[in-house]
Design a protein around this ligand. Structure first.
Ligand SMILES: Cc1cc2nc3c(=O)[nH]c(=O)nc-3n(C[C@H](O)[C@H](O)[C@H](O)COP(=O)(O)O)c2cc1C
Length: 189
């Protein structure tokens, strides 16, 4: 079965720097593993997600989003910093998921913010959330500020390099789990 690579953007805005960052990360991972990914944007799906306040109330698109997040082999999660944390929309998705689906799942963490002072949001907010879920968060996280984008396109070469490093870590994890990814591990370097 094909490896499922999923990006989840916690931004509730269009256009979105966070979504642009996630697209760049998904492209880098896809190039490493030779499998394309899917992106879920909560800017579109948050109204569906909030229609369910408990897991039992999940139906329609909200159920599809939760199911896709649970089923991903590699999850790339990104959020804008809102009030020094992830968005409420992103948190609500993880209040609805079955926590057992995340044990050992590789998760690449990313965020965007208005100030570099909140760059540790990936370590202090996102990593503990996925720690609770027993997920395997990758060592390299990505944080970008508004100055790293031009017209919602990532332009800072240092962040592009960091994405390449994170994509290598993601490919290595996937190759440990899925034989179809293994031949690409050498290319990942
Ligand atoms: C409600 C709200 C709260 C915010 N809080 C913070 C914050 O605490 N720290 C920060 O660095 N940026 C904060 N920002 C700025 C956003 O994180 C930043 O502009 C981000 O890149 C927006 O991402 P987006 O384009 O994907 O929506 C906030 C923005 C909004 C709208």
């Amino acid at each position: 079965m094909a490896v499922k690579l999923l990006g989840l953007s916690g931004s509730v805005a269009h256009p979105s720097r966070t979504t642009a960052l996630l697209r760049a990360i998904l492209e880098a991972v896809s190039a490493r593993i030779g499998i394309s990914g899917t992106l879920i944007e909560l800017a579109d799906d948050a109204p569906h997600i909030f229609s369910a306040l408990t897991r039992r109330q999940l139906s329609g698109r909200a159920a599809q989003v939760v199911q896709a997040v649970e089923a991903a082999d590699l999850l790339v999660v990104g959020t804008p910093v809102y009030r020094a944390s992830y968005t409420g929309a992103l948190k609500h998705v993880f209040d609805l998921v079955n926590h057992e689906a995340f044990a050992g799942k590789p998760v690449l963490l990313a965020a965007t913010g208005g100030t570099p002072l909140h760059g540790l949001v990936t370590e202090h907010q996102l990593r503990p959330l996925f720690g609770f879920l027993n997920a395997l968060t990758l060592p390299t996280t990505i944080y970008a500020t508004e100055d790293d984008f031009a017209d919602y396109r990532l332009v800072n070469p240092k962040i592009i390099d960091r994405i390449a490093r994170a994509a290598g870590e993601a490919a290595a994890q996937l190759s440990l789990r899925d034989a179809s990814v293994a031949p690409l591990r050498a290319a990942a370097g």
